[in-house]
Write a protein that binds this ligand. Structure first.
Ligand SMILES: *[C@@H]1O[C@H](CO)[C@@H](O)[C@H](O)[C@H]1NC(C)=O
Ligand SMILES: *[C@@H]1O[C@H](CO)[C@@H](O)[C@H](O)[C@H]1NC(C)=O
Ligand SMILES: *[C@@H]1O[C@H](CO)[C@@H](O)[C@H](O)[C@H]1NC(C)=O
Ligand SMILES: *[C@@H]1O[C@H](CO)[C@@H](O)[C@H](O)[C@H]1NC(C)=O
Ligand SMILES: *[C@@H]1O[C@H](CO)[C@@H](O)[C@H](O)[C@H]1NC(C)=O
Length: 409
């Protein structure tokens, strides 16, 4: 208990309501910028405050912007940035709006640049790459590409924005084959901090190109990503829910899938260990992905012998699997991650700690802590180094395990 009290003591001044309110009062510069944006962009693309804005995390939902504007072209983004620079007005860029903290995608007292009208898809003549507007969410991107029987290195959750996903790294069902999303971006269309538009690739701007792959979101505003496209039809996917009694088998199988089965690059998986408040118990959910339309693919045969509570395993389109990954909005979310060499013992130990530590706080309404455990495959690490490495600085030979500690309350 002691560490928690200490942490709260330090956090209190930061989150005090007085401070938050002061921050939310728009500056005169932002009021001026909003007036200009209103006249320049009109009522279909300009919204005072947060009117008609819904985002995933409640902390962001509560943040109040001076106004929100929806560009439709890269030139619009440049114009908006000019206005904001001239007015010295703060801003945030919203792709999917799936980030967790105020100012990540909803500006506190400034202008929210909402990219949702920029969802173009241009497939190259040879079908090897696709230029995507950065306002896509993963679902709109999958659906758009499935019309061409193609896909790209997308993630598991339909309402996550392509922008944040691809700039941060991007774990994908196809990562064992091609690496992370950031390893498969050939070109960025970027509005620089001085509002100038540039095309960034490893020939035009090698340093910026390196920084944009895994260096997150402060190098400018990306308006288009040109990414690898790969043929895709329906695939094997879905998940099974297990009672906590199956823990030893799950731990063992997760370890085997990460290490022994690394040779089968059509396979990807992750599993979660989650507290179910209604049942006052923990459950496991294991998600299977196989790039081909094969039921019960070889790597999952042993896993599929484990008795389960419920299952959504099936052959379907990536877009439909991504819908299954949606977590309802309205919660306040905290994330933290840790990466280590695969170890069933360490996974078990972390689960034990979670079970023990939540006891004093487990009755907080809506409280849903979980550990989401997934491999960073050896082939994905290799793909990264073959592309000259990245700003994410992943340096390891073997597969790694990445664990996300996620808490909703
Ligand atoms: C905003 O929401 C209101 C109420 O739901 C709706 O009537 C209006 O059409 C929406 N406006 C826009 C621009 O989406
Ligand atoms: C996609 O694949 C299906 C099934 O093979 C085929 O009928 C359809 O014509 C393909 N569409 C495109 C755009 O290639
Ligand atoms: C904007 O920044 C880029 C990169 O530093 C520079 O090349 C360009 O001249 C700048 N443009 C203006 C208008 O200052
Ligand atoms: C991959 O490894 C598994 C487990 O060792 C083995 O059963 C399988 O035959 C291997 N597959 C290929 C394609 O090498
Ligand atoms: C996705 O699922 C819906 C039903 O939930 C179905 O109507 C639709 O055809 C599916 N989409 C594809 C591309 O298979």
């Amino acid at each position: 208990m002691k560490p928690i009290i200490t942490a709260l003591f330090f956090l209190l001044p930061v989150f005090s309501p007085v401070e938050a309110q002061q921050e939310a009062v728009p500056s005169s510069g932002c009021m001026e910028a909003c007036l200009q944006l209103a006249s320049g962009f009109g009522s279909f693309a300009y919204f005072p405050g947060n009117r008609n804005l819904t985002v995933w995390d409640e902390k962001q939902q509560e943040a109040q912007s001076a106004c929100r504007v929806q560009p439709t072209t890269t030139e619009d983004v440049s114009t908006i940035l000019h206005i904001l620079l001239d007015a010295s007005c703060r801003f945030a860029v919203k792709g999917g709006g799936h980030a967790r903290d105020p100012d990540d995608s909803v500006s506190v007292g400034g202008v929210t640049i909402d990219m949702q009208k920029m969802r173009s898809i241009e497939v190259s003549a040879d079908r090897s790459n696709v230029k995507l507007g950065s306002g896509h969410v993963l679902h709109s991107m999958y659906v758009g590409l499935e019309n061409y029987n193609l896909t790209t290195l997308g993630g598991r959750v339909a309402d996550v924005g392509l922008g944040g996903f691809a700039l941060g790294g991007g774990f994908s069902a196809l990562s064992p084959m091609y690496g992370l999303a950031m390893d498969n971006i050939f070109e960025y269309e970027l509005v620089l901090p001085n509002a100038t538009v540039r095309t960034i690739n490893d020939q035009t701007h090698p340093d910026l190109y390196f920084a944009l792959r895994g260096g997150m979101n402060n190098f400018g505003i990306v308006t288009h990503f040109t990414m690898r496209a790969v043929p895709q039809g329906q695939m094997h996917g879905g998940s099974r829910i297990y009672s906590v009694d199956q823990r030893e088998d799950i731990l063992e199988q997760a370890y085997q899938l990460t290490t022994t089965w690394k040779n089968d690059t059509a396979m990807a998986f992750y599993y979660r260990f989650e507290y179910d408040q209604k049942a006052d118990d923990f459950i496991f959910g294991m998600n299977q992905e196989y790039a081909d339309p094969i039921s019960n693919p070889p790597p999952f045969r042993e896993v599929n012998e484990i008795p389960f509570e419920s299952s959504t395993l099936r052959i379907d389109w990536p877009s439909n699997f991504s819908v299954e990954g949606i977590l309802p909005s309205g919660g306040r979310n905290l994330f933290a991650t840790v990466t280590y060499y695969p170890s069933a013992d360490l996974d078990r130990k972390m689960q034990d700690i979670l079970m023990e530590e939540i006891q004093p706080i487990k009755n907080i309404p809506g409280f849903t802590p979980s550990l989401v455990i997934q491999p960073l495959y050896e082939a994905a690490i290799r793909a990264n180094s073959e592309r000259g490495g990245s700003a994410a600085g992943i340096e390891a030979d073997g597969p790694l395990t990445g664990t996300l500690i996620s808490t909703v309350y």
